[in-house]
Ligand binder design. Structure first.
Ligand SMILES: [Cu+2]
Length: 65
């Protein structure tokens, strides 16, 4: 389980974009979002760098963990 803090993720539309971006990353099996804390959890055999890059590309760069 990876967890990122994504400060720019602030509403349901952001959540949708974040989920879509992450679900396209190889190895991602599940995405959980806590909007109020700006947290994204990712399950599956996924590389942290790949998930972070996908977030950044979607316009939602994560904070360094
Ligand atoms: Cu939003």
């Amino acid at each position: 389980m990876l967890e990122f803090t994504v400060p720019k993720m602030t509403c349901g539309a952001c959540e949708k974009r974040v989920r879509k971006a992450l679900e396209a990353v190889e190895g991602v099996e599940g995405v959980s979002v806590d909007l109020s804390r700006h947290k994204v959890g990712i399950s599956g055999p996924v590389a942290s760098a790949g998930a972070a890059a996908a977030l950044a590309q979607a316009g939602y760069p994560p904070l360094e963990a």
